[in-house]
Design a protein around this ligand. Structure first.
Ligand code: AKG
Ligand code: FE2
Length: 245
């Protein structure tokens, strides 16, 4: 994307943009230095996707087919995420539709990791958990960039790209709703000498929904492990990106 188009985005991470306010989309480039001095090597855009037809008026206009192609992709993601959530719903023994009714295919983050001359000095994305119910990620190319923590030994494991495969990640909201039965994996992205692109679709609870352990999973032997929060408040807090406690 040309630099003048990147400048059309909002300057700061603004919650209004994410929940479909007047602001459009957020562009971040790889000049940020993280607190611990690691150089972040990534360009990204982030925007709201819900509901598709309204939110698309605020998406980038370039590339010229962006809105057309993305809206078709998101329609498919709505169907797919509904199916996945229904299966998780059954697995947890929740009443039919419980997860699907609270969910919206809501945010997109497109990540571009440019070729990096010395990947030992950089990270694409710092360690985090997703603040979603589930995230559906597609990654291109052959570069292995996504890593998850193996909780048995604390080591990072690479998630190799498979042709035409989607990665489905459990997010913090699903951990909370399941009262800790499902765990959100800590993950990060590393750089390489090859270009890599990934697109993450965050399937979130609606902004005003109260996120808390499902009543059906709580009893005197399994007390609630997390206190209720409104999703929009949770998303603004640092807790959104770390393992729920
Ligand atoms: O690029 C990747 O594989 C990771 C993306 C990711 O974790 C995110 O956007 O939350
Ligand atoms: Fe993530």
């Amino acid at each position: 994307m040309p630099i003048e188009d990147k400048k059309c985005s909002t300057d700061n991470m603004n919650i209004d943009a994410l929940f479909g306010g007047s602001q459009g989309w957020i562009y971040k480039n790889s000049t940020d230095f993280a607190k611990d001095g690691i150089h972040l090597w990534r360009d990204s855009i982030k925007h709201n996707c819900y509901p598709i037809q309204d939110s698309m008026q605020r998406w980038p206009t370039k590339p010229t087919r962006y809105r057309e192609v993305l809206s078709r992709y998101l329609e498919e993601m709505e169907v797919l995420s509904g199916r996945i959530l229904e299966m998780i719903n059954q697995g947890l023994g929740l009443e039919e539709g419980y997860l699907r009714e609270m969910s919206q295919v809501q945010h997109l983050v497109a990540n571009y990791y440019p070729p990096c001359p010395d990947p030992t000095l950089t990270l694409g994305l710092l360690k985090h958990c997703d603040p979603s119910l589930i995230t559906i990620l597609v990654q291109d190319g052959n570069a292995c960039g996504l890593q998850v923590v193996n909780h048995n030994n604390g080591q990072w494991m690479g998630v190799s790209p498979l042709p035409n495969a989607l990665i489905v990640n459990i997010g913090n909201q699903l951990s909370i709703v399941s009262n800790g039965k499902l765990k959100s994996p800590e993950h990060r992205a590393v750089n390489s000498k090859e270009t890599r692109t990934s697109i993450a679709i965050f399937v979130n609870p609606s902004p005003n929904s109260r996120v808390e352990p499902a009543k059906a999973l709580v009893d005197e032997f399994n007390p609630p492990r997390y206190s209720p929060t409104l999703y929009k408040d949770f998303l603004c807090s640092p807790k959104a990106y770390v393992l729920p406690s």
